[in-house]
Design a protein around this ligand. Structure first.
Ligand code: AMP
Length: 323
């Protein structure tokens, strides 16, 4: 009889560095579904929450740790990105991860830079995509490869990276990947700062400045009952009081199209902000319910299911009566 225990549950996760090692470890994950949590390492409580959520719902959990060069621009922080493999492993061990797949770039990109890539399409050119050209194509390309290599049934991603999450949902839907995408609410420090591997770059004074991002989102959400312009105004009024935060964008957009929501809009919307503090680019967002009963939400309500009901191309530019 085969051993019914999860592969890594007793001795800690099995570490796979190569495709062959992953295949062997993956083949031992029998008798239940497999969830994957994809990371770039430098794990923190946000990642741990993703892993624990996956652990509760799936029989087996695979964590990938891969700093994907394809999604970093030439002037971005690939070389200084924190690398903390030993403490990452400790987090994975405590969370009961079965397999950690930690390949080097040559394992993932066997023939060098891939000539064929996933295109994120128009949703990949706005907001983060505008600031980071090619970022989402590189991200989706590695996510697609890791779906194939891990053979996961479900995948857990953070609401923290809202545009990434939306694009992964779109890719899964548009290209028929047999994977359930589950979103996990943003995990924050006690003062509201969204946890991020990049927070380690912040000096103490940067960190104080960075708080204006989450405070702006909270202020916006507090005005959610009054409609879009009140939300934007409330959020902006926090940001303008912090000149050391170089704000790239503050938007209130439709969660599926990422188009600005018009003043008449009522329903769920994404309040998102990005800016530079010191040398570090930070992003944060809050899903909000706009209109009567308006408030912050943890994740969007109708996308957190096995196959999200994402409308093909919903338009928020026309009036609801079809004008
Ligand atoms: P990263 O290692 O930054 O690429 O993130 C890996 C995964 O962790 C992504 O799905 C992120 O959205 C998620 N993640 C990062 N930070 C947080 C956070 N503060 N709360 C929840 N999920 C997060």
């Amino acid at each position: 009889m085969s051993d019914p225990r999860p592969v890594g549950a007793v001795d800690g996760p099995v570490v796979a560095r190569t495709r062959a090692e992953l295949r062997t470890a993956r083949a031992r994950l029998t008798g239940g579904d497999v969830a994957v949590v994809m990371t770039m390492g430098a794990l923190h409580e946000g990642h741990a929450t993703l892993i624990e959520t996956a652990r509760r719902k799936a029989a087996h959990v695979v964590v990938t740790i891969f700093l994907n060069p394809l999604q970093f621009g030439p002037r971005e922080d690939l070389s200084r990105y924190p690398r903390t493999f030993d403490s990452d492993m400790e987090i994975c061990r405590k969370a009961g991860v079965d397999v950690v797949f930690a390949p080097t770039p040559d394992v993932i990109y066997q023939d060098g830079d891939p000539g064929v890539r996933i295109s994120a399409g128009p949703l990949g050119n706005v907001l983060e995509g505008q600031a980071r050209p090619g970022h989402f194509d590189g991200m989706l390309t590695v996510v697609a490869k890791l779906f194939h290599l891990t053979g996961a049934d479900s995948a857990y991603f953070g609401q923290k990276d809202a545009q990434q999450l939306l694009l992964i949902r779109r890719m899964v839907r548009d290209l028929d990947f047999p994977v359930d995408v589950v979103s996990v609410p943003t995990v924050r420090e006690s003062d509201g700062l969204a946890m991020s591997s990049r927070n380690t770059y912040l000096t103490d004074s940067d960190r104080e400045v960075a708080l204006c991002l989450s405070r702006a989102l909270e202020a916006g959400a507090a005005a959610a009952a009054e409609g879009p312009s009140a939300i934007r105004r409330a959020a902006r009024s926090v940001l303008v009081r912090e000149p050391l935060a170089l704000v790239d964008y503050l938007v209130l957009v439709h969660p599926y199209t990422l188009e600005d929501v018009p003043e008449w809009y009522r329903g769920e919307a994404l309040l998102a902000v990005a800016g530079r503090v010191g040398t570090t680019r930070l992003i944060d967002n809050l899903p909000v319910l706009v209109g009567p009963g308006g408030r912050a939400l943890e994740v969007f309500s109708d996308v957190d299911t096995a196959t999200p009901a994402v409308p093909a191309t919903p338009s928020v530019t026309g009036r609801p009566d079809g004008d």
